[in-house]
Design a protein around this ligand. Sequence first.
Ligand code: TPP
Ligand code: MG
Length: 289
Amino acid sequence: MGLDGFYAQMLRIRLFEEALLKLFSRGILRGTVHTCLGQEACAVGVAGALDPRRDTVCSNHRGHGHFLAFGGDMKGLLDEIIGRDSGICAGKGGSQHLHSKNFYSNGVLGGMVPVATGIALAQKRSDQQGISVVFAGDGAMAEGVIYEAINIAALWSLPLLLVIENNHIAQTTPEILAHASPIENIPVAFGVCTEKVDGNDVLAVRSTTDRLIEEMRVVPSPRCLVLDTCRLGPHSKSDDTRAKDEIARCHERDPLKKVEAQLPAATIANTQARCNGELQDLLAEFSLT
Ligand SMILES: Cc1ncc(C[n+]2csc(CCOP(=O)(O)OP(=O)(O)O)c2C)c(N)n1
Ligand SMILES: [Mg+2]
């Protein structure tokens, strides 16, 4: 896929989630939603390197981008978030508790890492050479269950790719108040080969994931990919406690702007028109325009 393809995928996620926040403020959505605004390159770069027929993705509370980038159905997701029977989980899972094909998510912080480790064991025992991918945030990395799961994955050489999206904040708690040492030290302490990449650079995320997946298919063993990224939006709907200049610095790193700087203006305009059209058609189908 070329840069224009990556751009289109990231933009679809961006527009979909911006629409969710608007639907929330109109009282159309209930419960909560956590958007991945600003972190789209993590989702697109990782998921694009996977084989949806044999690889699995376990996601967290901020999982719409992971779901869409892994080939998930946007209409089924919107149906699910609205809480309709026609949603991908019959409207019972909502935004955070999704399952469709090889995609699973759960809102319990760190809770999917042991699940993904179990899936990795099943994958190692099958002859499909599938990889179990799990996303976790910097805050989740303070949960004890993750340490147990990494230990078993390393001990049993399981094909588990732990992707840490380090946006340096957990709701309102900055990383420096939650972790005694850099997050990448955690998997390294268990002997897990760990790489750190700019999570707002979709090409870097994709090429690194491609390489890690290739290595893991040949010799199953865990890997950790730490993605340095930034949350552009609130934690969930309107709860952002960060200083304005900190948020402004995140906007300077916007992964979409980074790609736009490398694309012809006509490509950007066409992609925007196409992605906007797709979203407007979807909202019209739901009578939500
Ligand atoms: C076990 C548990 N504790 C607390 C929460 C409430 N909670 C939801 S998201 C979140 C912060 C998560 O931060 P991080 O892991 O860095 O992910 P991010 O939101 O930054 O993507 C918290 C505390 C939860 N869902 N599960
Ligand atoms: Mg975080």
